[in-house]
Structures are given as structure tokens and as C-alpha cells.
Design a protein around this ligand. Structure first.
Ligand code: GDP
Length: 323
């Protein structure tokens, strides 16, 4: 891609968006176009149209949205469906209206049925019932895929979709009421160590299996797909390796506070039993992840220790938050 290309990263303050901005910077795209949520409410079609008309992006990374872990999804379902449906629709529509050359939309592995065949191939989409703990979010994310495909079919838009597995890394959300499991566990072990408390409580039974991808690997994959992928089908992005929540907790404990002991609060939900992505298509295109999990956890904890004052540690319920 031309170094002067006008690239819009929607959601640049979030975990994914900030990683994409870093990756683009490494590749010589020093100043992608961005807008804070104070400058632009992505749920407002008129405002988004106006902004596209004024800024004329040629390439769009649509990685904005309201995101969160199992608790936030259960307690704030209206925000999760409304914000995400609206953001996907307004940005895709404006990208069509204002002639964007290519758009990459980022979904989530929760689009797949709760009991999908493992590892989950892209073709499993809409083949069964969704996991109830995040169904509103998943429905919005599925709508995003269908938006891209519909605009591609009707208008010939070059809009592609990537479906990442569970993400973590620098810039993550460490607030225990809205975070995903990996940063939550990191925070719990860290706080226990600081308070001299040896016991760390892990939600659920510890038996669900999850796959984790470092956000810098995801950003690299997004840039790779923006440059090399033109297909109609969404593409899974992951490592192809998973582990149980118990194994994850042990690994995070070994990095952060090896003296701690783990207990399970089985009154908390487990969510989907397993969601391991089949990443053969992505591997076939020539992309592989770089960070192995233990190394990524150590790197993220190092970031956390250096950035505690600016890390997201408490819930801010914004007008339209960013992924
Ligand atoms: P999910 O992948 O959409 O289910 O989202 P999460 O990352 O929030 O949760 C993944 C799994 O980790 C679930 O089985 C949770 O019950 C479990 N888990 C264990 N401890 C925690 C915790 O402290 N926070 C969160 N968010 N999940 C936890």
C-alpha cells in the first residue's frame, strides 16, 4: 500500500485499534486518520457520513465497538447489541457512500455456535444455537459480516472480514467487572501479591477451553489481510492452540505470583465450553502468529507494571466505547 494512502483506524484507542496504529507506524504509515469518541459518535449515521465526506479515507480498519468479558456481556446486553450494530452499519454504509477502496471489519470468534465442531472452520457460521452469555454481541458481530458481504454483492465493495479468537496484550482492559479472563487473572494475581493474599479466585469450573492471541499478532494479521485478501468469506485469526482456564490461571500465576493458590467460584458461569479456531485458511495465505502464550503473558505483565497509572482498571461506561 502506498505510504501516503489515507487510512482510517476506527477505534484507535482500544486494544486492537492501538495495536493496528503501532503496526502501521512500523510500516511507515505514520499518521493514520483517527477520531476520538468525543469527536465522532460512530453510532450516528449523519455524523459518520459528514466525517467521511470531510476526511475521505481510502482504507478503513473497522475495529471500533463495545466489548467486554462474560460478566459485562450478561449485565449490559443492550449496549453490546445496540452500539455494535450501529457502529458496523454506519461505518460500512459511509465507506460505500464515499468510495472507500477497501475495508477490513473485525468480528469475534463468539459468532460461532456454542457447540460448533472443533477446531471451528469458517463454514460453521449460522449452523447452530449461539452461546447465551454473549448472544446479543454475537448477533451484532454476525450482522457486521453480513453487511460486508451484502455491500460486496450489491455494490461490488471491497469489504473483508476477520474473526479473531480471544485477544490480550498491552492496552488491555484490567477492570474486573468488564475485562476478559486473561487480563482479569493478571490483575487478580497482581492485587493478591500486593496485598499479601495467597488465594486467587477464578470464575467458573476452570474446565472451559480458550485460545489466546497477542494483539500485536492480530494487528499484523489485519494489515496482512488488508494487503493480500480479497475474498467474500470471513477469515479466522488465531494460533490454533487452546488450553483450559485452569491451565491459563496456572500460567498467569507462574508469571505474576507463583506462591498463590487458585480456587474456583463455580457459582460463576463458564460460558461456551470450547472455541478453538481452525486457522488453516489463514495459514494457507502465508500468515502465522509470533507470540507463544507464556511469552505474551510475560510481555503483557511487563507492560502492565510500567503503565499501571494509564491502564484501564475501572469501568467507564462511555457513550460509544472502542474495541
Ligand atoms: P468468553 O471467552 O466470551 O467466555 O469471555 P471471558 O474471557 O470473560 O471468559 C472466559 C472464561 O474464563 C469463562 O469460562 C469465565 O468464567 C472464565 N473466567 C475465570 N475467571 C475469570 C475472571 O476473573 N474474569 C473473566 N472475565 N472470566 C473469568
Amino acid at each position: 500500500m502506498n505510504k501516503d494512502a489515507r487510512i482510517f483506524v476506527a477505534g484507535h484507542r482500544g486494544l486492537v485499534g492501538s495495536a493496528i496504529v503501532r503496526r502501521l507506524g512500523e510500516l511507515g504509515h505514520a499518521n493514520p486518520i483517527t477520531a476520538t469518541r468525543e469527536q465522532l459518535d460512530l453510532r450516528d449515521q449523519a455524523a459518520v457520513n459528514y466525517w467521511f465526506r470531510a476526511n475521505r479515507p481510502e482504507y478503513v480498519y473497522l475495529v471500533a465497538g463495545t466489548v467486554g468479558g462474560i460478566l459485562a456481556n450478561s449485565t449490559r446486553p443492550a449496549e453490546f447489541i445496540y452500539d455494535n450494530l450501529m457502529i458496523h452499519a454506519t461505518v460500512v454504509h459511509a465507506a460505500h457512500l464515499y468510495g472507500v477502496r477497501k475495508l477490513l471489519y473485525l468480528g469475534s470468534s463468539c459468532i460461532y455456535p456454542r457447540l460448533a465442531h472443533q477446531p471451528i472452520e469458517e463454514g460453521e457460521l449460522l449452523s447452530g444455537q449461539l452461546e447465551p452469555t454473549n448472544e446479543p454481541y454475537a448477533i451484532a458481530k454476525i450482522a457486521g459480516i453480513k453487511l460486508c458481504q451484502a455491500y460486496r454483492t450489491q455494490y461490488g465493495s471491497n469489504f473483508i472480514s476477520a474473526m479473531p479468537t480471544n485477544l490480550y496484550g498491552p492496552g488491555d482492559n484490567f477492570d474486573l467487572t468488564s475485562s476478559h479472563v486473561l487480563p482479569a487473572l493478571m490483575r487478580k494475581f497482581h492485587d493478591a501479591k500486593a496485598q499479601g493474599d495467597r488465594s486467587v479466585v477464578v470464575w467458573g469450573s476452570g474446565t472451559p477451553r480458550r485460545e489466546f492471541l497477542h494483539v500485536d499478532d492480530l494487528a499484523d494479521a489485519c494489515v496482512f489481510l488488508m494487503e493480500r485478501y480479497e475474498g467474500d468469506t470471513h477469515i479466522n485469526v488465531g494460533t490454533g492452540v487452546d488450553l483450559t482456564i485452569r491451565e491459563l490461571a496456572t500460567m498467569v500465576g507462574e508469571v505474576v505470583y507463583p506462591e498463590a493458590t487458585i480456587t474456583f467460584d463455580t457459582s460463576r458461569p463458564d460460558g461456551t465450553p470450547r472455541k478453538l479456531l481452525d486457522v488453516s485458511r489463514l495459514h494457507g495465505l502465508g500468515w502465522r502468529h509470533r507470540y507463544e502464550l507464556r511469552e505474551g503473558i510475560a510481555q503483557t505483565y511487563d507492560w502492565f507494571l510500567r503503565h499501571q497509572s494509564e491502564a484501564r482498571m475501572a469501568t467507564v461506561v462511555p457513550a460509544a466505547s472502542e474495541a
